[in-house]
Design a protein around this ligand. Structure first.
Ligand SMILES: Nc1ncnc2c1ncn2[C@@H]1O[C@H](COP(=O)(O)OP(=O)(O)OP(=O)(O)O)[C@@H](O)[C@H]1O
Ligand SMILES: [Mg+2]
Length: 271
């Protein structure tokens, strides 16, 4: 009997770029550690990883070192602020062409070995409707789509939902409305998305909440510090805490695809 609890894998995605995925990924990871969770944050935005830059970290080794067989998973995992474990991307990536089956197995197995050390794996992805993102999404238990209130962002969120549904038959999507001016705006924007899908009985869209537009975001970025750390009492931090509390109530789906090994398979295949 397998007594190791499989980590919950939450992928953060968006149809359009710049809606706040990485910001949410970092600050949510912090709020989850505050709740006693052991969190690993994986920067799977392979085209343009930004977590290291946002937190002013300079990882000695990145995902590329793991995939190319130079370093082990433990060697590329860094403990950062609040004890979060970071697996960061390299800004200089190239396609992996000749991965041997043994090596492939080794990487997947490496993730298997850390499964017992992680409660939640947060995965930050690249924006848009592309195959590599699809594979990350497919391999996660929970899909958190981050959008803002702009019609174009909402339209691209809707396009992503529909593409994922058509191609992979995914049905459950959690929607976070970021950079709102008040909480009513969050609900109202979510309602608009529901209206776009009013006849779709095959989709389950859930409101994951809202996050306020915080004026100090630029300052935090320049300082290389997370907003949650700089302004722990801000309304922004409270919104992120509310999301972390809500995640505790999300039912754990035990789908065959929602496990860390499968997730790693997808990662390797699409690098
Ligand atoms: N709640 C917020 N309040 C104010 N500014 C925010 C908020 N969330 C994100 N931002 C700002 O919006 C910009 C984009 O954020 P971020 O890099 O997190 O987006 P992203 O979706 O990860 O982008 P990409 O698609 O390029 O990966 C940043 O300047 C960030 O500081
Ligand atoms: Mg990003």
């Amino acid at each position: 009997m397998n007594l190791i609890k499989t980590p919950q894998v939450i992928v953060i995605a968006s149809g359009k770029g710049g809606t706040g995925k990485s910001t949410v990924a970092i600050n949510l990871s912090m709020a989850l550690t505050e709740r006693g969770k052991r969190v690993t944050l994986l920067d799977a935005n392979l085209e343009l990883p930004s977590i290291a830059t946002l937190l002013n970290m300079s990882p000695a080794y990145t995902l590329t070192d793991l995939i190319e067989g130079r370093r082990s998973l433990h060697e590329i995992t860094f403990s950062g602020p609040r004890g979060i474990n970071f697996i960061l991307g390299s800004t200089v990536t190239k396609p992996i062409t000749n991965l041997s089956p043994a090596h492939h197995f080794g990487i997947v197995n490496a993730f298997n070995t850390i499964a017992g050390e992680v409660d939640i794996l947060i995965v930050d992805t690249a924006p848009g409707i592309n195959k590599s993102v699809f594979n990350f999404i497919r391999a996660s238990q929970d899909i958190l789509l981050v959008t803002n209130s702009e019609p174009t962002a909402l339209a691209s969120t809707n396009a992503l939902i529909n593409a994922l549904h058509l191609d992979y038959n995914l049905q459950n999507f959690r929607i976070l409305i970021n950079t709102v001016s008040n909480r009513y705006e969050g609900r109202a924007v979510f309602e608009k998305l529901l209206k776009m899908n009013v006849h779709r009985t095959d989709l389950l869209l859930s409101y994951a909440g809202h996050v306020l537009d915080i004026k100090s975001a630029r300052r935090a970025a320049i300082k290389g510090q997370a907003l949650f750390d700089l302004y722990p009492k801000s309304e922004f931090a409270q919104d992120i805490r509310r999301l972390a509390r809500a995640i505790d109530r999300w039912p754990v789906r035990d789908t065959p695809t929602g496990n860390i090994e499968f997730f790693m398979e997808s990662l390797i295949k699409n690098t």
